[in-house]
Design a protein around this ligand. Structure first.
Ligand code: DGJ
Length: 785
């Protein structure tokens, strides 16, 4: 809901209120953002800045004025009029002048939020779910205007914001920096959470104290990046998962971003998010405009899990669009870690048959099917089938997969070019490199100049042909290096500072065209795993490969961090081999499944060499997953206990809308001897309902006991080697948990789980044997009474 009364703008959602004041010819004053306030309680004169005396060395707005922009909370801040905090934007004109003064001119409110012409990704929603506010500001002396667009998404407590700068003057101006969102808060006792990492260990949670000064979270490598995701949280010091005040922002953008949190010596906090100016400079000629990416903002006084739930709902309903919106995603088998580059029709078909047998629904042919690609040194750009490997061609292979009644998916890395490729021979200038300088390189490849129309047209054409030929149902869109040697011969550009942003405008244009042309293809974004994991990509591709690391322990940290900003439906998780290919760590396949099941499930493992027992286990896993798939993919996640906060145990609960179905993952870092009893709390259940609580049946093989089995089992024949062999094929059921439990009990008291193996005895189906990195899935089903 958006309302305006006497210049007071009230942007309210179900649980939050955002207020600012706009008077004709005056600067916008931000008043409040936080828990919902009823109209009748709102009194702007009690929220406005109250400095009436000139303080110390402060600058007053003009002669005979008391206005101190440096202390006022603002919707947008500029340079040159007394606000010395980080500015929302900086432009230069008339040989380097920077002073700007924007004042309120007019506004428009309308229901719903529709797409504008821009190729930039945009949040959307109908009249029931959101409203839009446009505020036009004019610069007092220059003929430039700034339009602020707010989207207010009622049900998920999300507010979006972007700005558009119009140059109606007769001279050029240069945008040196421009953000999308600014939030000024009157408090400062905060902590900040960022989501940082690197390849194969993306988006780990990092929490730090904020003190006076500036903290920057940013990316300068050309993608939203695994180094620092654009998502940030700012929270009160004792904020936890299920209680406490927190603000969070994110950006619908896949390129360089920058988030600034500044704490002032007047106990205020300013949050800014937008394009990183480090690689940005934009010339705005007369009659041109520049639009920023959209940013999103959410707040809750009920802890992190509530804000992330807001983001999950928002992403599922107002970011992801098209055929796959809120639609169950297929369980896939991917060829990459099974074969890497070494495959042909025959082992692919065997893998596909196994995929069918275990109950998978989508078979994905990963890297290596095109050009002369037998390793990562060649062929990117040559999107033609390698008939040495696929003798019957792509169409035939796809046909066979379809005949097995599975979907067919394919890997591409369209934005790249190998020096060793036909495309490079033909169009060397399409690769991003600086003439006369030896280029830096990543994974032996270069990036195509997506700011140029001819490149976009080529890719649209060649990819369309492949998608049609292969009757492709799913595309994994990879991006395996980051930017260097920024350079382009694009004629539209006035300087190299425009290049990266124009790159993304080109990429988004291409994605727009392809997703319109192939509306039913399920696109999954990937960038060497999660190196471009953002709401921009999610606007075109409903899924994102979370990380190249599928190690069960590392995944807990990655998935925990990712879930702060992105829904489970977007998070793809694969069960892979043990020892794990990224860490060489061994873990139980059941636990690998339990963790992968919290989101979008796939298998990336050589099923051709799996034992029949493993195949049976996988079949059971898939059956279980199919039963609870909708909740596991589209449910809301509450992180009840996290390892990111230093616990040795992670407990995550995923629930459907009416809390009638809840799946709980209980993951353990390490086993300890003589362990204490453990309790399972699920404080998000419906307190006044009965639930049936049971664990997913799992098996474990007797070999976990080593030579202890000689003491368990009666027969002397079982001693020595024979015992070891037998142990591998004898499988036991894990402990069985099955109760009828009242909601309040499991939410407030928690239930005590069975005793864990502690070195002194074992009772079949009773003693819990978890092992290092072990886990359980519990199901809570609401009972009709
Ligand atoms: C990086 C991806 O993240 C992997 O899953 C795989 O597709 C490889 N690229 C293929 O080169």
């Amino acid at each position: 809901m958006i309302s305006q009364k006497n210049g007071l703008f009230n942007l309210s959602t179900i649980n939050t209120t955002y207020l600012f004041q706009a008077r004709l010819n005056e600067q916008l004053e931000h008043l409040y953002y936080g828990s919902f306030l009823d109209e009748k309680s709102i009194n702007p004169s009690l929220l406005t800045t109250k400095y009436k005396q000139e303080a110390g060395t402060s600058t007053l707005y003009e002669e005979n004025s008391k206005l101190n922009l440096g202390l006022m909370k603002q919707e947008i801040s500029t340079v040159g009029k007394g606000d010395y905090r980080e500015p929302f934007m900086r432009v230069s004109y008339n040989g380097g002048m920077q002073t700007l003064d924007f004042v309120f001119e007019s506004y428009e409110i309308y229901n719903g939020k529709t797409f504008s012409e821009s190729p930039l990704p945009q949040a959307y929603g109908d009249e029931r779910e959101c409203d839009t506010l446009k505020i036009t500001l004019r610069e007092k002396e220059l003929k430039i205007k700034l339009v602020l667009t707010y989207g207010v998404f009622t049900f998920c407590d999300v507010i979006t914001r972007k700005v558009e700068l119009f140059n109606n003057a007769k001279k050029n101006i240069t945008i040196e920096s421009i953000n999308s969102l600014q939030l000024d808060i009157d408090e400062c006792n905060f902590e900040m959470i960022t989501f940082d990492g690197a390849w194969a260990r993306e988006r780990h949670v990092n929490r730090r104290d904020l003190k006076p000064g500036i903290v920057v979270n940013d990316s300068k490598c050309g993608t939203s990046s695994a180094y620092h995701n654009p998502l940030i949280y700012v929270c009160e010091k004792n904020c936890q998962e299920l209680r406490g005040k927190c603000y969070a922002t994110n950006l619908l953008y896949s390129g360089n971003h920058k988030e600034i949190v500044e704490v002032t010596n007047y106990n205020q906090t300013r949050i800014l998010t937008g394009i990183n100016e480090a690689s940005f400079k934009w010339l705005l000629r007369p009659n041109e405009s520049f639009e920023t990416p959209e940013a999103i903002l959410s707040y809750s006084d009920k802890g992190f899990s509530t804000v992330s739930r807001n983001f999950h709902y928002f992403a599922n309903n107002n970011i992801v669009k098209g055929f796959w919106k809120n639609k169950d995603r297929p369980i896939l088998v991917n060829s990459w870690e099974a074969f890497y580059f070494d495959f042909d029709d025959s082992n692919l078909i065997s893998l596909a048959k196994k995929a069918k047998e275990i109950g998978a629904e989508l078979f994905v042919l990963d890297d290596g099917w095109f050009g002369a690609r037998n390793d990562d040194t060649s062929s990117l750009g040559d999107w033609v089938v390698n008939t040495k490997k696929l003798k019957e061609g792509l169409g035939k292979l796809s046909n066979k997969i379809h005949k097995m009644n599975m979907l067919f998916g394919i890997w591409v890395e369209p934005e790249m070019i190998s020096r060793n490729s036909n495309l490079f021979e033909k169009h060397p200038s399409w690769a991003i490199m600086i003439p006369g300088r030896r280029p830096s390189v990543g994974r032996n490849q270069f990036i195509l100049d997506m700011s140029r129309d001819e490149v976009i047209l080529y890719l649209e054409d060649v990819l369309s042909k492949i998608f049609e030929l292969g009757e492709v149902d799913y595309v994994k869109w990879d991006f395996n290096r980051v930017f260097s040697d920024l350079y382009s011969i694009n004629k539209e550009m006035s300087n190299m500072g425009e290049f990266l942003h124009r790159y993304y405008l080109g990429l988004y244009k291409l994605l727009n065209r392809l997703t319109t042309k192939f509306p039913k293809i399920l696109f999954e974004s990937c960038a060497a795993g999660g190196n471009r994991y953002d709401l921009g990509m999610l606007s075109f591709m409903p899924q994102n490969w979370t990380s190249d690391c599928t190690d069960v322990y590392e995944r807990i940290f990655i998935q925990e961090g990712t879930s702060f900003g992105y829904p489970l439906s977007a998070m793809t998780n694969h069960v892979s081999a043990a020892p794990n290919h990224q860490t060489l760590r061994n873990s139980d396949i059941e636990s690998r499944f339990n963790v992968a099941a919290i989101g979008n499930l796939g298998y990336e493992i050589n099923l051709n060499t799996a034992t029949s027992h493993e195949i049976d286990q996988i079949k059971e896993q898939i059956n279980f997953y199919k039963r609870y798939r909708h909740t596991l993919q589209f449910g809301t996640l509450a992180r009840i206990q996290t390892m990111s906060e230093g616990n040795k145990r992670a407990v995550w609960a995923v629930m459907n809308r009416d809390k009638s179905e809840i799946i709980v993952l209980d993951f353990r870092e390490r086993t300890i001897p003589n362990p204490p009893l453990e309790r399972l709390y699920v404080p998000i259940v419906d307190n006044d309902s009965y639930y049936e609580l049971f664990n997913r049946p799992q098996k474990f093989d007797l070999s976990v006991f080593g030579d202890l089995i000689n003491h368990f089992l009666p027969s002397k024949l079982l001693k020595g080697k024979a015992a070891d062999e037998l142990a591998k094929i004898l499988h036991l059921n894990i402990e069985i948990t099955h109760h009828r439990v009242y909601g309040e009990l499991i939410s407030k008291a928690g239930i005590i789980l069975n005793q864990e193996f502690g070195g002194t005895g074992f009772e079949n189906e009773v003693t819990r044997v978890l092992g290092d990195y072990g886990s359980r899935l519990y199901v809570l089903k609401k009972l009709e009474v």
